[in-house]
Design a protein around this ligand. Structure first.
Ligand code: NAP
Length: 281
């Protein structure tokens, strides 16, 4: 497995497994056990996914050495604020049954994320977390946040795929050594991603699927990826991306697919903001 080095020297696998939208305990536990068996070592969960316990139980049952794993969870908006963050972190750790966390992320840039960050900085300094970061921070908020805090975010997990490539965001993140991590590498199949003619054509050349082309294109741009699947055969497919390399020509064919826009929603849409902040854990 290839790793990326974060701005504090911590190594993070460039490929991991995401568990969004697997709220069912048995299904999530089985999916994580399958993923670990396939070889994934980075697991990406969140308090808002309601499956930290299933992830924790799968990790325990797998018997894999803790040091081999890289576990990420996230703090939801309604848990923001200095005191609440400390409490929520302990709750997540209890569910995950871990004594330290690899990466703790602010899930959204709303509410008191400065207060939360203060608590996260302290947890980091107490060595309870190996790296702290953010999600869904657009360049303006990232600059303000990084400039006004002691610890710069190690990671920014943002929607990144062929239709929303985030070149500019990544350029700004690099100023702070913030690693880009893609959520929704397949945009959950939106925009007919899996049957896209450009991606299919490239895939044929290398005898690889569209999913593999997308993941390979992302990791060749040094983007950390965490595809989700509940199907073991797809987990294997998504894992087998280290035995080929896209030519510069093929990388360039994907560039014009960028629409510069989300395939999901805009974080500056007032209705979305209201919806997000009304979602309490
Ligand atoms: P995704 O990984 O882009 O897409 C997942 C979808 O693609 C599922 O429907 C899955 O179906 C299907 N799929 C997976 N591999 C496939 C393959 N090889 N061929 C065909 N279909 C395939 O979407 P995502 O789950 O939204 O994003 C990935 C992870 O990012 C999440 O799980 C989560 O950890 C994280 N995330 C973070 C945020 C954030 O705000 N920070 C937001 C969204 C997601 P099956 O499961 O049926 O196989």
């Amino acid at each position: 497995m290839k790793n990326v080095k974060l701005n504090n020297g911590v190594e993070m696998p460039i490929l991991g497994f995401g568990v969004f939208q697997i709220p069912d305990y048995d299904e999530c536990k089985r999916a994580v056990l399958d993923a670990l068996e396939v070889g994934y070592r980075l697991i990406d969960t969140a308090s808002a996914y309601f499956n930290e316990k299933a992830v924790g139980d799968a990790i325990k049952e797998s018997g894999i050495n803790r040091k081999e794993l890289f576990i990420t969870t996230k703090l939801w908006i309604s848990q923001y604020g200095y005191e609440k963050t400390k409490k929520s972190f302990e709750e997540s750790m209890e569910k995950l049954q871990l004594d330290y966390l690899d990466l703790y992320l602010l899930h959204q840039a709303f509410n008191d994320y400065y207060g939360s960050w203060k608590a996260m900085e302290e947890l980091y300094e107490a060595k309870k977390i190996r790296a702290i970061g953010v999600c869904n921070f657009y360049p303006d908020r990232l600059v303000d946040f990084a400039e006004n805090n002691k610890i710069k975010p190690a990671v920014n997990q943002i929607e990144t795929h062929p239709f929303f490539q985030r070149e500019y965001d990544n350029k700004i993140m690099k100023e702070y050594g913030t690693q880009i991590e893609s959520w929704g590498p397949f945009a959950e199949g939106r925009g007919d991603m899996f049957t896209n003619p450009i991606l299919s054509e490239i895939g044929k050349k290398y005898n690889k699927s569209v999913a593999q082309v997308i993941l390979r294109w992302l990791i060749q741009r040094n983007v950390v990826v965490i595809p989700k699947s509940v199907h073991k055969e797809r987990m294997i497919e998504n894992f087998n991306i280290f035995d080929f390399e896209l030519s510069e020509d093929d990388m360039n064919k994907i560039k014009p697919m960028d629409t510069g826009k989300s395939l999901f929603f805009s974080h500056s849409d007032v209705e979305i903001v209201k919806f997000m902040i009304s979602h309490k854990l």
